[in-house]
Unconditional design. Structure first.
Length: 133
């Protein structure tokens, strides 16, 4: 209904800006880019891609369950190995919990390592995450 205020429980949490900011500020001298999309053939160099896997409401009006997949892409496996702990620290530093970390695998002439992180937001501004489990 137009003109009425939207109840807070109907709002959707968007943590992607926070995640992108955390990943853009990694402490490394290596050059890289952060993308919120799958890499394209014209994308070169080391890439970090962010994909939202789940964003669902819970029974509590201001708590949502969130899940993200982070993929590292690099021409050299050593670069993936250097970035892996930095990515992990950045996402865990936001309060997300690492739920999966796969091996670095060669895929289309680039090494790819996949992480999955999850958590629950405890406010609509997504400043605080609570860890599951």
């Amino acid at each position: 209904v137009r003109g009425q205020m939207t109840p807070e429980w109907t709002c959707m949490v968007d943590a992607l800006p926070q995640i992108r900011e955390a990943l853009t500020g990694l402490d490394t001298a290596l050059k890289y880019r952060v993308l919120c999309r799958w890499p394209r053939s014209e994308d070169t160099g080391t890439l970090i891609t962010v994909t939202e896997l789940t964003n669902s409401q819970t029974e509590t009006a201001v708590v949502d369950t969130l899940g993200y997949q982070i993929d590292l892409w690099a021409a050299e496996c050593d670069s993936v190995d250097e970035f892996a702990p930095l990515v992990n620290a950045a996402l865990c530093g936001l309060g997300l919990r690492r739920e999966y970390a796969g091996p670095a695998e060669l895929q289309n002439d680039k090494y790819r390592k996949t992480f999955r992180f999850g958590g629950s937001s405890t406010d609509r501004a997504v400043r605080i995450f609570t860890q599951k489990g």
